[in-house]
Structure formats: structure tokens, C-alpha cells
Design a protein around this ligand. Structure first.
Ligand code: ADP
Ligand code: NA
Length: 329
């Protein structure tokens, strides 16, 4: 039996929005609080982010920003291992070994490859094709048993399960079969187009609320959020815009959607948006203040990352040294 270990990664793509916060990061903090030391590993996956073109200075800043955000949201480097992927060389080394037991065909079938490569017909890089192998290496390097990811990553965890099985068939029972840990939070939708999810890649900044938005911006974004022509606040699946706003309110306050609708039955949608904006501001203000403070503390962030990398490397080296022996290196 393999001891419990949780691994998850997040790309350093700028300040997280409330979808990332509610759907991923707060869930990570919950898992951290429910776990023992060294059981929970969070990785800022900078090597994944260069599968798309990046400005070096921007990437560097994004890494600092992401760490600042994770710390501000409650990831505690005393309880979890928090580190930067490229600081632990065994990720790339194990990815090579795993790539040699993974077929082109298996990778070509992955839905995310199909959609991402279709968008970039010209000059799509090898890294974009093989990045699910690197993700498998991220997970297996720590013999992780549980992987909290969003639905868009489920196929990649299934690939990891397959690769672990192929490796184990060749070399003996070495890797656990990692399981997906689902988040219970409903997907946060775009404020401009509530039929699609809130996303960093959306070109409109009005579509998402970022953790460092000012009070004014948060009010403005809710005011401009797309709803419909019905003034009452009701939790109706056909009313995508209002339902999304109620879900956001509910996720931040813990009040159920039904109770919310009852509480605000005398308000119009426009008035209700102000209530939600205030609730979001109240919850995010301490997080935002802490992010802003940590953004000025580059040396502290570097120390945290160094400590995290040292702890991650200890585990990674042990796994990879065993892999080398098994493979015959
Ligand atoms: P984005 O689409 O904004 O680039 P990522 O793909 O980097 O987000 O996702 C990072 C994490 O945040 C993943 O665990 C993902 O499932 C979660 N996540 C992203 N967008 C949302 C959303 N709108 N609602 C809930 N969770 C989300
Ligand atoms: Na994404």
C-alpha cells in the first residue's frame, strides 16, 4: 500500500480569478488543513507554461505573483510543500523516461491537445504535445495517491494512471494509481458570458474578478455582469447570469442559494449585484492586502521557494534514483 499523498499544480499565469480561488485554491487549503505534514504538495508549474510563448520577465513576475497569491490564500509552507517545478530537475528526467513508454497515438487522442493545437496551426511545439507526460511525471515523482484537479484535467490524470500501469508492468509494482479528487464547488461562470466558465484566457477583463481587483473594480464588474430582463432574484437554471451571481455569493458566504433568494426577495437584480459585490469585497480584502504586502517581499518568496524545492527534491531524488535502477541506467 502507498501512503496518502496529495499533489496538485497550478500554472503561473498571473493573478488568479475568483474561479481559480473558489474552484481550486480554497480546496487546496482545506486539503492542507485535513492532512499531515509532507502529505500535500503544491507546485507552480512554470515548465508547463512555456508550452505557449512567454515573455521571460513577465513569466518571472507571474511566478512570484502566484506564490504570493497561494500564501495569501492560506497555503502554509509549514504544512504543505510549495515549490517551483523547474527547481527540481527530476521532473524533466522522469518525464523523459515516461515519454519512452507512452505512444504518440495515446497523446494524440487527448482532447486538450486537439483543441489547443487546432488554435495554433502554425509552429505548434513538441512540448505542447508531450506536456501531459510531464504532468504525469509531476504526479508520479511524488508517488501521489490523490490529485485535486479541474474537469479539464481528468483525462490527463487518466493518462497518468495508464503510464503508471505500463511502468509497473515493465518494472514491478512501483507507482501508485493516482486518483482524481473532485472539488464540490460549482464552476464559476464568466460575468460577460455566463454560458462559459470564468477564465484567465478570456480577452475581456470584465468577465472575471481577480484577487487583486479594487473595491471599485469589483462593484463595476458586478454592475456590468450580464443578466436578463427579469428584475427578481431567482435561482433558476435557465437564468444563467443571475444563477452564477447567486453561486458566487453562496460560495463566499456559505449561505445556500435558496436562503439567499429568500433574504433578497425585495431587491432587484441591480440592487442584489451590489450586495454580492460587498460580500465578495469583504471576503477578498484580507487576501488582497496580503498579496499586495507579499508582492513587496521578493526575498521572503524566494526563501519559501527554496525551502519547498529542498523538501520536494528529497522525495523526487529518492523516486528517481529507484527509477534509474529499475530502468537499467
Ligand atoms: P484558467 O482557465 O483561468 O486558465 P486554469 O486552467 O489555470 O484556469 O485552472 C487552474 C485551476 O482553477 C484548475 O484547478 C481549474 O479547475 C480551476 N478553475 C479554473 N477556472 C475555474 C472556474 N471558472 N470555476 C471554478 N474553477 C476553476
Ligand atoms: Na485552462
Amino acid at each position: 500500500a502507498f501512503p496518502k499523498r496529495i499533489f496538485s499544480g497550478i500554472q503561473p499565469t498571473g493573478i488568479p480569478h475568483i474561479g481559480n480561488y473558489l474552484g481550486a485554491v480554497t480546496n487546496w487549503v482545506r486539503l492542507q488543513e485535513a492532512s499531515q505534514q509532507d502529505e500535500v504538495i503544491f507546485c507552480v508549474v512554470d515548465m508547463h507554461s512555456i508550452t505557449l510563448p512567454q515573455d521571460p520577465q513577465q513569466l518571472k513576475n507571474n511566478i512570484y505573483d502566484m506564490v504570493a497569491c497561494l500564501l495569501a490564500c492560506g497555503i502554509d509552507p509549514k504544512k504543505s510543500i510549495l515549490f517551483q517545478q523547474s527547481a527540481v530537475q527530476q521532473h524533466a528526467e522522469l518525464a523523459w523516461v515516461l515519454g519512452c513508454i507512452t505512444t504518440m497515438k495515446r497523446l494524440g487522442h487527448l482532447p486538450q491537445w486537439k483543441t489547443k493545437s487546432a488554435k495554433r496551426r502554425e509552429g505548434v511545439c513538441v512540448g505542447l504535445y508531450t506536456y501531459p507526460v510531464l504532468m504525469s511525471a509531476d504526479i508520479l515523482l511524488y508517488k501521489a495517491t490523490h490529485v485535486p484537479v479541474g474537469d479539464d484535467q481528468i483525462q490527463h490524470v487518466e493518462l497518468t494512471q495508464d503510464i503508471a500501469r505500463v511502468f509497473n508492468n515493465l518494472y514491478g509494482n512501483f507507482f501508485p494509481r493516482p486518483q482524481v479528487l473532485f472539488s464540490e464547488v460549482k464552476k464559476v461562470k464568466s460575468l460577460r458570458d455566463p454560458s462559459s466558465k470564468m477564465s484567465k484566457s478570456d480577452s475581456s477583463h470584465l468577465s472575471r474578478i481577480e484577487l487583486t481587483d479594487t473595491d471599485k473594480e469589483i462593484h463595476m464588474k458586478f454592475r456590468k455582469a450580464v443578466t436578463d430582463f427579469t428584475s427578481a432574484v431567482t435561482y433558476d437554471p435557465d437564468r444563467l447570469g443571475v444563477t452564477n451571481i447567486i453561486n458566487i455569493h453562496s460560495a463566499f458566504t456559505g449561505i445556500t442559494p435558496d436562503k439567499i433568494c429568500d433574504d433578497v426577495k425585495n431587491l432587484t437584480t441591480a440592487e442584489y449585484k451590489k450586495v454580492v459585490a460587498d460580500a465578495v469585497i469583504e471576503n477578498l480584502t484580507p487576501v488582497r492586502d496580503e498579496i499586495t504586502r507579499l508582492q513587496q517581499e521578493k526575498h521572503y518568496i524566494e526563501d519559501i521557494l527554496k525551502l519547498g524545492a529542498d523538501r520536494a527534491r528529497t522525495i523526487a531524488m529518492e523516486t528517481y534514483n529507484d527509477v534509474k535502477k529499475l530502468v537499467g541506467f
